[in-house]
Structure formats: C-alpha cells, structure tokens
Design a protein around this ligand. Structure first.
Ligand SMILES: [Zn+2]
Ligand SMILES: [Zn+2]
Length: 350
C-alpha cells in the first residue's frame, strides 16, 4: 500500500493514510475553544436546554460539568485519561486546561487543550420572584382564646428556618418572603403553596393545632390561563399547652404532649394515658394551667388512702391510694392541682 501524503509504500493505511500521516491529522478529542453557561447568580442553578436545573452547585462544579458535557472523544482512543483543571478565573471567564492521555493505534498520545468557560450570570425566574417579594401562601400562626407565647413563636421560627433550609436545596420557591409579627400571632409569607403546606406539617408535628385553608383567587396566569390562587393557612394552636389540664367527655386530664394528629393526655383519676385526636378539639375545655399546680405535703399513707394537706386550707384530705402514689413518703412535698374545688395528686415525674 502507498501513502498519498508522504509517498511511503508498503504500509498499512488508516483512512487512506499511513499511520504517521494519519496520527498527524488525527484529533483524538474535540472541545469548543469557548463555552458559555448561563447560571443564576443567586441560587447557581443553570440553564440547560431552556430549563433551569441543578441549583446550589458551586461554580467550580458547574465549570467542570460544562467541560465534561462538551468533550467529544474519538472512539480510536484507548485507555483515555482526561484531566480537567481551572487555571484561573478572569472576571466571569474560567480559563481551563483539558488534558488527554491515552493510546491510538498502539502509540501513546498526550494532548492539552486550553479552553474558556464563560459564566453568564443571570437571575432565574424563581429567584426573580423571590427578589420581587412574591409569595403564594401565608401561614397565620394563632392560638385559641389566648395569645401565642414567646416560646411558641421562637419554636415556630426555628422550625420554619430549619425546614426552609432543608427544602431550599431542591425547591427555590421554599423561601420566607416576609414575616409579620402582630398582637394575635405571626404571619409567615411563603414562596410556594407546596412549601407552605410542608411547613405547616412541620409546625404541627411539634406544636399541634388545627389547620384551616382559605384560597383566594388573585387573578389569572397570562401564559396558562389558569386561576392564580394565594392561600391563607391558619394554624390555630390549642387553648391548652403541654402541662395544662383539660376536660374531655367527663374526664379531667393533664396534657403530656401533642403532635400533628393527637393530644396525649393522662387521666387525673385513673392516671391512664390516652390520646385525643385534634379533630375532636371542640370537645376539649381547658380547666387549669400548668402554672396553677400547687405544692403540699403527704401526712399519712395506708394501702387504701393517701392523706395530704389541702394546699390552701391546710385541712387534712384523704384521697384514694394509687400505685403511682405509693412511692411518695410521709412528709414529702408533692404537686397537686385544684380543679373545680376538687384536689388531684400529680403522679411522680420519673
Ligand atoms: Zn504517509
Ligand atoms: Zn435562581
């Protein structure tokens, strides 16, 4: 065989050329000299085929990904090793070095390519909504027949902050556009309805309460023609708080804990623990608060009765002995609660 380029004969031809001439012309790797990636300056999501994707990546990672996506390796290259390096940033331009090691037709090759990735910084539509103060939902934190306590507000603020940080990694609309504190509670303005609903679930998991949603039509989406709704979500905490005393279906109980679904209550007579669903909340009455608990002394004990001093009149008072009271010693100070002129002993806190 005969190479038309160098004239050497008796050689094996590759695409019509001898190996030497073929390798001189051969491009093992192709990559554009200049690449442009459009990214959001706020959330670092980048524009791929008309869609904003991959938010939260560091700039370096975006540059490396852009290089990787633009590299085309010829299939003749065997055992390729590609190294990517950002040499320096010049303004919004990353000067990069792409190097390739491998073998072609049995010959070792090494090639370097100097290329630029230009970061075209823009603002994605979600961040522009955020910047304009846009919100789709308002969470109204309130309490039944009382004002919200500073501890409840602090707890709600922390839950919302923590949940938003977690959600924002995947959803740019999970943001707090505004927080308004007022006498009756706090309003949280949230970027999207979906994230607002998740926040309300997170709040209820800790604070309990009853949710009511009222969507209002705000206008029409010009591009889809669909109605644009803004939702007010009221989360009304119970009148009672943890440690308070309630009456429910002829029972008096102390609230031990609560979550999104139920209120855990200890019956003050049987001392049994049971739960009441939030949907039953209208049947619950608050009869005393945890701050109404009083201290008194045990004066005598028998297997059937425990005698204590009435916390206000100091008259001896005989009450039924319970398994939970047997650990109380004569002379020991114990907690009692006066509800409707009846004294109940609180079980020992283990
Ligand atoms: Zn040749
Ligand atoms: Zn953005």
């Amino acid at each position: 065989m005969f190479c038309p380029q160098c004239g050497s004969s008796d050689v094996e031809l590759h695409e019509g050329l001898c190996k030497n001439c073929f390798l001189k012309e051969f491009q093992p790797l192709s990559i554009p000299d200049e690449m442009v990636v459009t990214l959001c300056a706020h959330c670092h999501s980048n524009l791929q085929e008309g869609k904003w994707k991959d938010l939260g990546l560091p700039e370096e990672e975006i540059i490396y990904r852009t290089l990787e996506e633009n590299i085309q390796l010829d299939s003749l290259v065997e055992n390729p090793e590609i190294d990517l390096e950002i040499i320096q940033m010049r303004g919004s331009i990353a000067e990069c070095l792409v190097s390739l090691k491998g073998s072609v037709l049995g010959d070792e090759i090494y090639q370097e390519y100097q290329v630029n990735v230009r970061l075209n910084k823009s603002v994605c539509p979600d961040c522009s909504k955020f910047n304009s103060g846009y919100y789709e939902a308002v969470i109204q934190l309130r309490a039944q027949n009382r004002t919200i306590s500073p501890q409840e507000i602090q707890s709600a603020d922390e839950i919302i902050k923590e949940a938003l940080t977690r959600m924002w990694e995947k959803n740019r609309m999970a943001y707090l556009a505004q927080r308004a504190a007022m006498k009756e509670g706090v309003d949280y303005y949230i970027g999207s309805q979906k994230s607002a609903k998740r926040l309300v679930s997170a709040l209820r998991e800790v604070l309990g309460g009853v949710v009511k949603e009222s969507p209002r039509l705000m206008g029409q989406d010009k591009s889809t023609g669909k109605g644009l709704y803004r939702t007010w979500i009221s989360l009304r905490l119970g009148e009672f708080r943890q440690g308070d005393f309630i009456s429910y279906e002829d029972h008096i109980g102390q609230v031990l804990s609560m979550d999104a679904r139920k209120i855990v209550v200890q019956d003050m007579l049987s001392l049994e623990i049971s739960s009441i669903l939030w949907k039953e909340h209208e049947k619950i009455k608050t009869v005393a608060q945890s701050k109404d608990v009083q201290i008194t002394t045990v004066t005598s004990k028998s297997p059937q009765e425990i005698q204590i001093l009435h916390p206000t009149s100091y008259q001896p008072l005989d009450l039924d002995m319970k398994e939970q009271f047997q650990g109380y010693d004569i002379g020991e100070e114990i907690s009692v609660i006066d509800i409707h002129d009846k004294i109940y002993i609180l079980p020992k806190n283990e």
